[in-house]
Design a protein around this ligand. Structure first.
Ligand SMILES: Nc1ncnc2c1ncn2[C@@H]1O[C@H](COP(=O)(O)OP(=O)(O)OP(=O)(O)O)[C@@H](O)[C@H]1O
Ligand SMILES: [Mg+2]
Length: 331
């Protein structure tokens, strides 16, 4: 049995940086701007970097690095080099790939990140095999003490299966739903929220789910806490995060770090929080500190995995990350 099985996407990411990609004004998109290259032209790419990504593999590597017996459960292409690379990297990090499923029709998910010389970016996303995990492919046994579940592309039958396996086999569940899950609305999601042990959302997602305007994050957070018996954790980028259990509300104040690359911040935070919770069950403040330390380390490096911590920091280091009763934060 594993300590943790992470369930979610696995992707191959290519980062292309080019001085030839320009940002131009346009009416074609609501944002009013486009990244553009000359039609029919050939554009020189200055930098090309390959990484593996996807919340399923990012969180698996995070847990394995922190010393937990970890397996990744997700779907890859059957024969493509992208899938081979994802498996190679997971195994090199000590993540078990026995639960990886293979898709003969679709290749491994692939993202192309187009960067201008100033670092503005557009991401082209192909979900591929990651979008075809079948409910039957979730084993109906007690494979782990915990599941860490991230976005499933809004697939409700798959979501039901994961939750029902968890319930039947006493597997605790940490859940970071994606935008396609949230789009199903509060009615459909409330039973799931109630069964999860820990739920992670950012402020925008919390506003979307509760219907409370983004300008009232405290009210949105309290509403979500009242809905579910789960531990609710709401992240707020460079303003840190807040968490509640059935009795206490805490906020964590982030250090002033320079963010080089925000990719993977949410995954690093969530996996760090759960790792802290497993190490010291019941200590929300400690979990908030470990989540913050992991996220801050990731955003100071390139890519979503490179900066993930290799051990839980000593208490002398963690005590520099301040936690306060949430009253001081949201009033
Ligand atoms: N600019 C920043 N400075 C300091 N810490 C940050 C910054 N951005 C993110 N973090 C840390 O990462 C955590 C998660 O970030 P955020 O709230 O942006 O998650 P998210 O929106 O789910 O991100 P993702 O796009 O990865 O899903 C924050 O709670 C904070 O600890
Ligand atoms: Mg997120």
């Amino acid at each position: 049995m594993y300590d943790i099985v992470t369930i979610g996407s696995a992707t191959r990411d290519a980062f292309l940086r080019s001085r030839g990609i320009k940002v131009i004004p346009t009416r074609a998109f609501p944002i009013g701007k486009a990244q553009a290259v000359p039609l029919g032209g050939k554009v020189t790419v200055d930098d090309l970097v390959f990484e593996t990504g996807g919340a399923g593999t990012n969180t698996a590597v995070a847990f394995a690095r922190l010393g937990f017996r970890t397996a990744f459960l997700g779907k890859l292409g059957a024969f493509d080099p992208g899938g081979r690379e994802v498996v190679r990297q997971l195994e090199a990090e000590g993540v078990t790939t026995k639960l990886v499923r293979r898709d003969r029709q679709h290749v491994t998910a692939y993202s192309i990140v187009l960067l201008t010389s100033k670092g503005e970016r557009t991401v082209l996303v192909y979900r591929g095999a990651a979008g075809h995990l079948h409910p039957r492919e979730i084993p109906a046994t007690r494979v782990a003490r915990w599941f860490y579940l991230s976005a499933l592309g809004g697939d409700l039958p798959l979501l039901r299966r994961v939750f029902s396996v968890a319930r039947q086999h006493r597997i605790r569940l940490a859940w970071n739903p994606g935008s396609d899950e949230l789009a199903h609305g509060q009615q459909r999601l409330r039973p799931f929220l109630n069964q999860a042990g820990i739920v992670f959302l950012n402020e925008e997602e919390t506003s979307q789910l509760t219907g409370v305007p983004l300008s009232q994050p405290g009210a949105a957070f309290r509403k979500l806490c009242a809905w579910t018996s789960a531990i609710v954790v709401v992240t707020a980028g460079n303003r840190g995060a807040v968490a509640c259990d059935d009795r206490h509300h805490y906020a964590v104040i982030p250090s002033r770090v320079k963010a080089k690359n925000r990719t993977g911040a949410g995954d690093a935070f969530g996996s760090g929080f759960v790792a802290g919770w497993l190490r010291r069950p019941g200590d929300i403040r400690f979990a908030l500190q470990v989540g913050t330390a992991n996220a801050e380390s990731v955003i100071q490096t390139f890519g979503a995995k490179r900066g993930l911590l290799r051990r839980i920091p000593r208490s002398s280091r963690l005590s520099r990350i301040r936690t306060v009763p949430n009253r001081e934060r949201y009033g």
